[in-house]
Design a protein around this ligand. Sequence first.
Ligand code: NAP
Length: 259
Amino acid sequence: MDLGINGRTAVVCAASKGLGRACAEALAAEGVNLVITARNAELLEQTAAEIRQRFSVTVATAPGDVTTESGRAAALEACPAPDILINNAGGPPVGDWRTFERDQWLGATDSNMVAAIMLIRAVIDGMAERKFGRIINITSALVKQPHAALSLSVAARLGLTGFTKAIAAQYVGANVTINSLLPEQFETDRLRSNIQKLTAKSGRTLDEEIAAAAASSPAKRMGRVEEFGAVCAFYCSAHAGYLTGQNVMLDGGRYPAVF
Ligand code: NAP
C-alpha cells in the first residue's frame, strides 16, 4: 500500500534509537524526509547516516533536549514547517510515588506533556494552512491502564492525552490529525532498564525477567519496534485523514477492557 506521503517532511523527536527511531525508519521507507532529534549527538548522527543510506531520503539532525526550549528550537530551525510531527521523549523515573519531590513532578510534566504541547503549538497552524498535517504522540499503555510504580509517567501523559483530545476536533477539518500511540513491552533500552529497576530484588537475571515479562503477555512475546513504526507510518498516511483524537494501544492484547 502506498501511504501517499512520499516527499513529505517530518520532525521525529527522540529518535536515535527505540520507538522514535522505528517511526523515523518507517516514514523514511515511505519517502519522507526527516529531521531527527536526541541528546547524544554522536549516536544521533550515526542513526541519521544509517537511515540515509538505507532509504535514500534527506535526514537532518537536531541534537538537543526536546524538553528544553533550545532543544525544540533546534528541531524547528532545521524544519520550520513539517508535514508530520512525532512527539517523543524519554520516560520519567519509576519508583514509589510518595518519594517523588515537586521538581520531579514538574520534570515529568515538562518531558511528557509540555514539550509536546509546545511543538504542536509551533507547527499546527501552518499544517492547517497547508491542508495537511499528521501529529503523533508516543505515550504509553499506562494511559489506559495506570500502574503505581509509573505514577510520574501516567500523570504527565494523561495531561497530554486530554489536551490532544480537546484540540483534535479543531483541526481535522483542515486535514490535520493528532493521535497517540500507546506502547507496552516493546523491547528497547528503556524497557530493559525499567524491568531491571522494578525487579532488582527478585533474584533473577535481567534476561530471565524479560523472558517472564514476554511470557506474561497474551502475545507471548515482546513487541518489535518495526511493528510500532509501521502503525505510526499508517497514522501519518494520506489515508488517515478521518482518524483523529485516538489512543491506539500497541500492547500485544494485554489491555483487558473493550474501550
Ligand atoms: P529508548 O529506546 O530508551 O529510546 C529513547 C530515545 O529518546 C533515545 O533516542 C534518546 O536519545 C531519546 N531521548 C530521551 N530523552 C530525550 C530528550 N529529553 N530529548 C531528546 N531525545 C531524548 O526508549 P523507548 O522505549 O523507545 O521509549 C520511547 C518513549 O516511549 C519513552 O517515553 C517511553 O517511556 C515510552 N514507552 C515505551 C514503552 C516500551 O515498551 N518501550 C512502553 C511504554 C512507554 P538520548 O538519550 O541521546 O537523548
